[in-house]
Design a binder for this molecule. Structure first.
Ligand SMILES: [Cu+2]
Length: 139
């Protein structure tokens, strides 16, 4: 009897491990902007714990008309500019940070002003892992 229970427990744990999402999204947040601004940025940490490379290939939210993936580049005059990219690479076993001054998600043409403390629902679309919905707090 004990063996059966132990066996079942092992099966449940094994299935749980199989079902674990390889992509972990940590601490997503939206930059607070003045009400007149129709643009803001979203930051987060994305961890690919899986053994295959993945990509962030798209973003969807009801908060804005457009949501783009941007990287930031610094030219020889030390001027930073944003570049829209088709995807963000997420190498296996690596942590990718979306941070001010680096890669980020740009929300353009906000449908209404964002308020500090509110949570914005954002769907992150990954090439291999499908869609992951996150709640990003405005800070
Ligand atoms: Cu941008």
């Amino acid at each position: 009897m004990c063996n059966v229970v132990a066996g079942l427990l092992f099966l449940v744990l094994a299935l749980g491990a199989l079902g674990a999402e390889p992509i972990r999204v940590v601490n997503p947040w939206v930059r607070a902007v003045p009400p007149v601004s129709s643009v803001t940025a979203v930051y987060m940490v994305i961890e690919n714990t899986g053994d295959t490379n993945d990509k962030l290939i798209g973003v969807r939210t009801a908060a804005s008309k457009y949501s783009d993936i941007h990287t930031t580049t610094i030219d020889q005059h030390n001027v930073a500019s944003m570049l829209k990219v088709e995807y963000l690479p997420l190498p296996s076993g690596k942590i990718v940070e979306l941070i001010p001054g680096g890669a980020h998600i740009m929300l353009r043409e906000l449908y209404r002003p964002v308020k500090i403390g509110e949570k914005i629902e954002i769907d992150l679309i990954f090439e291999k892992s499908g869609t992951i919905r996150v709640q990003a707090e405005v800070r």
